[in-house]
Design a binder for this molecule. Structure first.
Ligand code: SF4
Length: 356
């Protein structure tokens, strides 16, 4: 039998677990609806929430649901552009980070969450990669980042649009922790919990090919593939995982497993003199042929390797134009929260001002 914190239970799974124990389906659904509303959006602690359950259901919930693992907000850094980097402390004293990003258009706030404490993929431009993997986060700890951010958002709700986008682009490689990530997505997209649209949830990966079939089968959330270069030698320098799954294997996996009607974001972080030339754009165009994609170009943020820096704006524009001229949807994404170390590749789990 499965026992897990309430926050980690996809509502449908918990309803099934209750009905397996003899609770009537309507009563199980009603109880989960009541408890989920109190727990997720109202932010009430689990013992208080459990007290709301009908007497016939509460003993089953008490057995199925383990006590919550607390996630404590340790730091909240506001950047000049309105981005907020949130540092949470786990029950075992690990530091993980999430980033609240105000919408450029003013329509939706985006929350970037971590899926692991640290990361084992060691991309040289990324602060998280320097620390190595500490451990996977549970689905409850992923959902708890949304709970914590939601509480902060409520405190300033008059001035900010609600959190409507969730991106797994914080610490960790989500496909290395796929089961917990899929459960977290099932919670945040369920009407009884957070009710986010799956199309508003994006999971970023370096391309763990062995997990792509399970990802596409398990969720309708968007996939963002951190390609960065379409040439194995160049990509291997930027993404060590490329030694295991080269660009040809990545493309083949997408061709074989991407469900009909879905597309993927292809992320290209641009580094001056490394992957920003016309020949790099042309290699990318060849790789993209036949794939339903949208390309995001991300001028690099300052990271741990001082030789990996962003190109100038003209170079970025030329790269984008080459893609646009070939009919590829390509957007330049500008960084958020750089001044508080909250932009892509900058999440280190350290205190600001700590030595590198
Ligand atoms: S870029 Fe992503 S996969 Fe690479 S080390 Fe950083 S967190 Fe891990």
């Amino acid at each position: 039998m499965t026992h897990r914190p309430f926050a980690a239970w996809p509502p449908d799974d918990l309803i099934h677990a209750l009905t397996d124990r003899g609770v009537r389906p309507g009563q199980a659904r009603s109880a989960v609806r009541t408890l989920a509303a109190a727990f997720h959006r109202d932010g009430r602690p689990w013992p208080d929430v459990l007290a709301l359950a009908p007497k016939t259901v509460a003993p089953h919930l008490a057995q199925l649901c383990l006590p919550d693992r607390p996630l404590t907000l340790a730091e909240d850094h506001a950047a000049a552009d309105g981005t907020r980097k949130l540092v949470f402390c786990t029950f075992d004293a690990l530091r993980i980070e999430a980033v609240l990003i105000p919408a450029d258009s003013g329509r939706r706030t985006t929350l970037c969450v971590s899926s692991q404490a640290g990361c084992g993929r060691a991309c040289p431009f990324c602060e998280t990669g320097r620390s190595g993997l500490q451990r996977n986060l549970g689905a409850d700890e992923i959902v708890a980042q949304l709970r914590g951010a939601w509480a902060l958002w409520q405190a300033c709700r008059g001035t900010r649009p609600p959190i409507g986008n969730l991106v797994f682009m914080g610490m960790g490689e989500p496909l290395d922790n796929l089961a917990e990530v899929l459960d977290a997505i099932a919670v945040v997209t369920h009407d009884l919990a957070w009710g986010l649209s799956a199309r508003r949830v994006t999971v970023s990966t370096v391309g763990v090919v062995s997990q792509l079939p399970a990802f596409f089968a398990g969720t309708r959330a968007e996939l963002a593939l951190s390609l960065h270069a379409a040439d194995d030698a160049k990509r291997g320098r930027l993404v060590p995982a490329n030694r295991r799954w080269g660009v040809a294997a990545l493309k083949q996996a997408l061709q074989e497993h991407l469900p009909p009607g879905r597309d993927v974001f292809v992320e290209v972080a641009l580094f001056a003199g490394v992957n920003d030339g016309p020949e790099d754009a042309d290699a990318l165009l060849v790789w993209l042929q036949g794939l339903p994609v949208r390309v995001n170009l991300l001028p690099a943020n300052p990271g741990p390797d001082p030789t990996l820096v962003a190109p100038d704006a003209d170079t970025v524009r030329r790269f984008q134009k080459r893609l646009l001229d070939a009919g590829i949807r390509a957007m330049v994404r500008h960084p958020h929260g750089r001044d508080v170390g909250g932009a892509c590749g900058q999440l280190a789990g350290k205190r600001l001002g700590d030595p590198a």
